[in-house]
Design a protein around this ligand. Sequence first.
Ligand SMILES: CC(C)(COP(=O)(O)OP(=O)(O)OC[C@H]1O[C@@H](n2cnc3c(N)ncnc32)[C@H](O)[C@@H]1OP(=O)(O)O)[C@@H](O)C(=O)NCCC(=O)NCCS
Length: 261
Amino acid sequence: MTSDGGQVTSEVHLWWSTLNQPESVGDVLSADEQARAARFHFARDRRRFILARGMLRHILAQYVDRQPQEIKFQYSLHGKPRVADPPTDLEFNLTHSEELVLCAITRGRPVGVDVEHLRPMPDLAQVAASSFSLVEQIALFALKPDERLRGFFNCWTRKEAYVKARGNGLRMPLNAFDVSLKPGEPAALLANRLDPAEVMRWSLAEVSPAEEYVGAVAVQGQGVRVELHRWEPGEDVPVREPFAGLRATSTPIFANGKEKN
Ligand SMILES: CC(C)(COP(=O)(O)OP(=O)(O)OC[C@H]1O[C@@H](n2cnc3c(N)ncnc32)[C@H](O)[C@@H]1OP(=O)(O)O)[C@@H](O)C(=O)NCCC(=O)NCCS
């Protein structure tokens, strides 16, 4: 049960780790993943892909009770991976930025996650004009200047998490829906002008992993609880306590994207 007596119908497990991992984490990649890794131009991108995909396989293996290298993925038309073998109702989504990897896992409902390194954005106004809705741009520029960067990344990661959860790339125009962005206010899908019922279908939550990162998770349904887990190589048992460096602003999340403590 949630703290307000509401029913938790589903959990999202949010696994996080840094890329400071031994190379052996990537030993479990399939041949096609290794081929994809080899195509990266920059060694840094290659390393990030290998470690994040290795971590993903190790985590999923705990849920499906297989060896990490036995898992087979299939990809949607727009590239969203899901577990094809073994057959499962597990749903997951992965994001990485700089040194951080986040992986969201749930069952039977689409999930999307995004994290961004909080960095200076000299072209913030141009990016907002091209990627945010009018409502969001107005909310962004109503913020005090010292809140604007975080507001920008709140908006970006919430939009991206929603788009990634839907899994259909950018087929939903980014200016057709609004998310909340004001720092300190709950993450929420506020409107979707193409399908107003979407607002009731999705829960959004802020994930603030360490000071210099901003993130969001979007999951279909209401009464959803997000639990943070830290992943370390060699640990097969889920780590239940949130890491001290992670502000657990994401737990729990509720209907209509309203977050409560
Ligand atoms: C994959 C995509 C959805 C996100 O890319 P990104 O932000 O660079 O990368 P992230 O680290 O957050 O996520 C990448 C992971 O998402 C997953 N993914 C790939 N395609 C996906 C899709 N269509 N939907 C959901 N997840 C997807 C993969 O696991 C991928 O990891 P991998 O590359 O190691 O296989 C990208 O193709 C995209 O369309 N981005 C939109 C960018 C944009 O303009 N956003 C505006 C927000 S306001």
